[in-house]
Design a protein around this ligand. Structure first.
Ligand code: CAA
Length: 261
């Protein structure tokens, strides 16, 4: 794996654990870190054996405390727009990643950090995690997809409240909002995240991939187009090795051994 300044990557039973490591700045996303995130997902997409990704932050204080505020100082209309486009591009790459990506949120997830978590398919938080969108206090708005993805996940009313007040919410409140699937002790976060992903990776990798594709396509489409896409994807899976294995295993009362073909 390529050497990164602000990222480390380990692999655990076909799950890649990507750790954002810029602790002194609470893992804030500077330009290089965004580029490295883009690069690491490009590299991971070439790993056919990979079954999922856990994205987390180094340390016990922050997942990601937002975009690097120091780099925002000199923005003008053009560079500001380009910066927003860059962040959105990287986060969309994560959202479109064909294997499940889970954010293990180990502390502050603010602004761009919360937007990063939103771009992942799944989120689990530690009890000390805090979520918020402080952008309006800086004279800006969330620019890495936050105003788009937040309301889709937790509803417009709550999203408006979070973005306009800029107030932070606790992990428990985030769970109540449906922003995260579970809240666990910090020392258990990685183990619980692996267990959570394990509930997905025991299934057909091909079916999981198509399910992600169908769910996200449907969210952005008219019903008729979404249903048509579901037909296509269901058709693509029919007769696949994974489908034959899944159905044989059920009929033979044994555990399936999926190959992802
Ligand atoms: N950008 C740059 N540096 C940051 C940062 C950020 N988003 N968040 C924290 N840091 C730095 C601090 O400047 C500090 O650096 P120094 O030691 O060199 O002074 C270091 O990280 C530690 O932070 P604090 O001393 O502030 O730690 P704290 O415990 O007192 O406070 C905090 C923690 C409440 C999270 C506070 O750091 C904070 O409010 N951070 C900014 C959060 C924020 O506004 N995020 C949104 C950024 S804008 C954005 O993300 C736009 C977008 O949508 C694209």
């Amino acid at each position: 794996m390529t050497d990164f300044e602000y990222l480390s990557t380990t692999k655990h039973e076909q799950i890649a654990i990507v750790t954002i490591d810029r602790q002194k700045k609470l893992n804030a996303l500077n330009d290089l870190l965004l580029k490295e995130l883009e690069q690491v997902f490009a590299v991971l997409s070439e790993d056919d054996q990979l079954q999922g990704v856990i994205l987390t932050g180094q340390g016990d204080k922050a997942f990601v405390a937002g975009a690097d505020i120091k780099e925002l100082v000199d923005l003008d209309m053009q560079t500001g727009r380009r910066g927003s486009e860059q962040g959105q591009r990287v986060f969309s790459l994560i959202e479109e990643f064909p294997k499940p990506v889970l954010a293990a949120i180990n502390g502050y997830a603010l602004g761009g950090g919360c937007e990063l978590a939103l771009a992942c398919h799944l989120r689990i938080a530690s009890t000390n995690a805090k979520f918020g969108f402080p952008e309006v206090s800086l004279g800006i708005i969330p620019g890495f997809g936050g105003t788009v993805r937040l309301s889709r996940l937790i509803g417009l009313g709550r999203a408006v409240e979070m973005v306009l007040t800029g107030d932070m919410i606790s992990a428990d409140r985030a769970e109540h909002f449906g922003l995260v699937s579970a809240v666990v002790e910090l020392e258990d976060l990685l183990t619980e995240s692996k267990n959570f992903l394990g509930r997905i990776t025991r299934h057909s990798p091909l079916a999981v991939q198509k399910a992600i594709q169908s769910l996200y396509f449907a969210y952005d489409s008219r019903t008729v187009e979404a249903l048509n896409m579901e037909n296509d994807l269901f058709g693509q899976l029919s007769g696949s090795g994974d489908m034959k294995e899944g159905i044989s295993a059920f009929l033979e009362k044994r555990k399936p051994m999926f190959k992802g073909d």
